[in-house]
Unconditional design. Structure first.
Length: 65
């Protein structure tokens, strides 16, 4: 299910979070901060490297550098 904003939503209508197995190549279009990471890296791998619990937290960390 998609909302008017184009983001994927779960059955309850909540915006679904990105999973740790999401490939970085699929996020680079929306998050230019990820451009220096390998396409085949996963979100979980990159979050672990930076000690981030979520994509939002990872982006905040990368923007502060």
């Amino acid at each position: 299910m998609e909302g008017l904003d184009g983001r994927h939503r779960d059955k309850d209508g909540r915006i679904e979070k990105k999973h740790g197995n999401t490939k970085i190549k699929n996020l680079k279009g929306q998050y230019p901060e990820l451009k220096n990471f390998q396409n085949e890296d996963t979100l979980g791998q990159v979050r672990d490297r930076y000690g981030a619990d979520s994509l939002d937290e990872l982006i905040r960390i990368l923007r502060s550098k």
